[in-house]
Design a protein around this ligand. Structure first.
Ligand SMILES: Cc1cc2nc3c(=O)[nH]c(=O)nc-3n(C[C@H](O)[C@H](O)[C@H](O)COP(=O)(O)OP(=O)(O)OC[C@H]3O[C@@H](n4cnc5c(N)ncnc54)[C@H](O)[C@@H]3O)c2cc1C
Length: 96
């Protein structure tokens, strides 16, 4: 799993998956905001997973912030709900 090559054109720190380190508003560098598989949230307690569950809300926040940053409107924090996957544990009872 690696960030796509487009992320390599953005200056700044990266994690071991080549993802851009972003702040809580998903700012990567200057007026560049990153989301999804290209962004590793630089929060000491949370890293974003390369999953749709994080990519979709990150895209919403990064898009809002990129647009709001130009006219200096308030920016949003990225605060996703906890990541809770559903697992099928199989049939109950003895194997047939
Ligand atoms: C096989 C596979 C199965 C997966 N299954 C799941 C799953 O079951 N559940 C789950 O949560 N996640 C799953 N994922 C992960 C999920 O797909 C990704 O985390 C998510 O799509 C990331 O969204 P994104 O917008 O960051 O990137 P992407 O969805 O990859 O979108 C990036 C887009 O940018 C475009 N692009 C790239 N470079 C440029 C450029 N230079 N100019 C213009 N456009 C460009 C690409 O063509 C692409 O359309 C799976 C991934 C894979 C590969």
């Amino acid at each position: 799993m690696q960030a796509g090559p487009l992320a390599s054109h953005v200056p700044g720190d990266r994690d071991r998956l080549s993802r851009l380190m972003v702040d809580r508003r998903l700012r990567a560098f200057g007026d560049v905001f990153a989301a999804g598989d290209a962004a590793a949230r630089a929060d000491p307690d949370h890293y974003a997973l390369q999953r749709c569950r994080h990519a979709i809300p990150m895209g919403k926040v990064a898009g809002h912030n990129a647009a709001a940053d130009l006219p200096r409107l308030p920016l949003m924090d990225f605060a996703p709900p906890p990541y809770v996957p559903c697992l099928d544990l199989g049939a109950d009872g003895p194997e047939i």
